[in-house]
Design a binder for this molecule. Structure first.
Ligand code: HEC
Ligand code: HEC
Length: 294
């Protein structure tokens, strides 16, 4: 113990002389930890880790079937040749905020940047610090396997005019800090709407049915209505029921959620109780809507 204190004193003294930046080091570690937390909440592994094939963390390869073709989550480890090792913090910021890749081309909205655009600058910087800290894995991805003409990125120009609103999300005055935190986590980070809001024929979120469920959801799953509708939604759920679900994956009936939601829960299970509670407060405030028709 005494020796540790001594070591710390020496380190602090060194840092104070400016000879070696101890505080910068500690700041990086804190940024990495915050980034890891956001990556869990944002379920980056859900699309960027090929769990079925036993793929390495965030090294890509997960197939994402959609009506427009099959996407493959890219390798986002810091490998220079096959991952994002050459991406600067600014490149990464542009991808998250603007949905443009390192060449400035439009990215496909199978990457939920329609939600991530709402992240704060600080959270994007922390995610970058985290991604640059994980092991670099060389894993060359196949190209996306798109149906004609959807693979043509410039087509997304029109799509973005219709369906993309650049963030960040602004807090709503008059709502509590907890509600605003919950909204931020649900809308920007954990992107609940990307599955629980249906899509139109062009693959844009149809916000008339926000949170009212998507009968033709990702991986062909039926994502339920999570508005506060008594009959079709979560009207009868207490806040704590939502908190429990986000922690353990168990519904009040004692079922455990499957599919995409099980992956989401792997991430939300790592959040603090306060953050899960904030999400529940926000979700409970969503106005009731009937289930999206098939
Ligand atoms: C629902 C699936 C999905 C989730 C969740 C997801 N991504 Fe992606 N991501 C994709 C797809 C698909 C692409 C490829 C988009 C393209 O080619 O235009 C992509 C591309 C990227 C890229 C660009 C990589 C490259 O080489 O072009 C980065 C960086 C990235 N994602 C980071 C993240 C981070 C960080 C998270 C978690 C906070 C995340 N993604 C969550 C599907 C996803
Ligand atoms: C990757 C897609 C996806 C994302 C993202 C997602 N969900 Fe889900 N969610 C589903 C699916 C699919 C189900 C149905 C699971 C089942 O029936 O086993 C579900 C089920 C649920 C349920 C249970 C509802 C019921 O009636 O049983 C709740 C509550 C829920 N999600 C809340 C959320 C919240 C809150 C978020 C954001 C923090 C979120 N979901 C993000 C796909 C998703």
């Amino acid at each position: 113990m005494a020796r540790r204190v001594l070591a710390l004193l020496i380190l602090t003294a060194l840092a104070a002389t400016g000879g070696w930046s101890f505080s910068a080091f500690a700041a990086d570690d804190a940024a990495i930890a915050r980034g890891a937390y956001l990556a869990a909440a944002g379920d980056c592994t859900g699309c960027h880790t090929d769990k079925k094939a036993g793929g390495a963390l965030l090294a890509g390869g997960r197939a994402l079937p959609t009506p427009f073709g099959t996407f493959y989550g890219p390798n986002i480890t810091p490998d220079k040749a096959t991952g994002i090792g050459k991406w600067t913090a600014a490149d990464f910021h542009r991808a998250m905020r603007e949905g443009k890749n390192e060449h400035g081309s439009f990215m496909f909205p199978a990457f939920p940047y329609t939600s991530f655009t709402n992240l704060t600058d600080a959270d994007i910087a922390d995610l970058y610090a985290y991604l640059q800290s994980i092991p670099a894995v060389a894993h060359q991805m196949p190209g996306h396997d798109m149906k004609m003409p959807f693979g043509w990125r410039p087509l997304l120009f029109g799509w973005r005019m219709l369906f993309f609103k650049e963030g960040p999300l602004q807090p709503v005055a008059g709502q509590s800090d907890e509600w605003n935190r919950g909204r931020y986590l649900a809308e920007a980070v954990a992107h609940c709407q990307e599955c629980h809001t249906p899509r139109n024929l062009l693959g844009g979120l149809d916000r008339r049915h926000a949170y009212a469920g998507d009968p033709h959801g990702a991986d062909k799953q039926d994502a339920p209505n999570i508005t506060s509708d008594k009959k079709d939604g979560l009207g009868d759920w207490k806040e704590d029921d939502i908190v429990d679900l986000l922690k353990s994956g168990m519904t009040p009936d004692g079922d455990s959620v499957g599919g995409g939601m099980a992956e989401v829960v792997e991430g939300t299970g790592k959040l603090t109780d306060a953050d899960r509670k904030a999400i529940a407060v926000y979700i409970k405030s969503i106005p009731p809507l009937p289930k999206t028709p098939k």
